[in-house]
Design a protein around this ligand. Structure first.
Ligand code: DC
Length: 235
């Protein structure tokens, strides 16, 4: 990761989109290529959901969700981010449920903005020249000033098939119809909630990956990012 000791403004790449659209893979690859720090903002909501489940609370328990979100700080979040349990579907559903609570969203906002504006570098005390954040509301709410915003999507059937093969690759038994139904329910909850619903920012580059592989999506995204007027000349 490229690191600097300066305070030059961070170049922020904001990537939003529904589950299994390919945004996570794309965000990691862009960050690695550009030498930027990467934050999977969904992992923060998953961390809240996981804390709740581990403490024996229902994911619908708004008060417990608010307490869990307020209890997360850099010291507790970062180890949780690598916890394999975060990737379980039950945790994804819990994350989607806690994310409708406005106080939960508010509690996670500062962490995300701080990461975007002061992205950590490879060594302690250093910062990266930019950050790639992916989630549902990065371009609309967390970093509306980001110079490069992308909205990555794909047909729900394509996303369900991708998720099915991911699950089967981990050895889990999964049925296409059930995965498709779960995806539709999660899409509806994420897009229809009152606060910060999933939607493209007005100036987002729309990238439909239904007919693309990961390499094609990466090339299209890089072309867009490079075309932005604020794209740093050192890259
Ligand atoms: O991207 P993901 O599947 O890991 O996200 C899990 C849930 O977290 C998602 O269903 C909605 C919520 N989320 C959110 O509300 N806002 C974000 N920026 C990221 C995720």
């Amino acid at each position: 990761m490229t690191t600097l000791m300066t305070s030059s403004p961070s170049f922020i790449v904001a990537i939003d989109g529904p589950a299994a659209s390919g945004k996570g893979t794309l965000a990691r690859r862009l960050a690695a290529t550009l030498g930027f720090a990467h934050l999977d903002t969904g992992a923060l909501y998953r961390a809240v959901g996981l804390s709740l489940l581990r403490a024996g609370h229902a994911p619908e328990d708004g008060a417990a969700a608010i307490a869990a979100a307020r209890g997360l700080d850099a010291a507790t979040v970062l180890p949780l981010m690598n916890d394999p349990a975060l990737r379980q579907d039950v945790v994804a559903v819990a994350a989607s449920k806690v994310s409708v609570v406005p106080e939960v969203r508010a509690a996670l906002l500062d962490f995300q903005r701080d990461f975007a504006n002061h992205p950590p570098g490879g060594a302690p005390g250093t910062v990266s020249r930019g950050a790639v954040l992916d989630g549902r509301d990065v371009g609309t709410v967390v970093c509306p000033q980001a110079p490069a915003k992308l909205f990555v999507t794909a047909d729900v059937e394509v996303r369900a098939r991708r998720r099915l093969s991911e699950l089967r690759n981990t050895g889990a038994e999964a049925i296409y119809d059930a995965v498709l139904e779960d995806m539709k329910v999660r899409d509806a909850r994420d897009s229809q909630r009152a606060v910060a619903p999933l939607k493209p920012a007005v100036d987002a580059f729309l990238l439909d990956t239904s007919m693309m592989d990961a390499d094609q999506a990466f090339i299209a995204a890089m072309d867009f990012i490079r075309s932005r007027p604020a794209f740093p000349d050192f890259l």
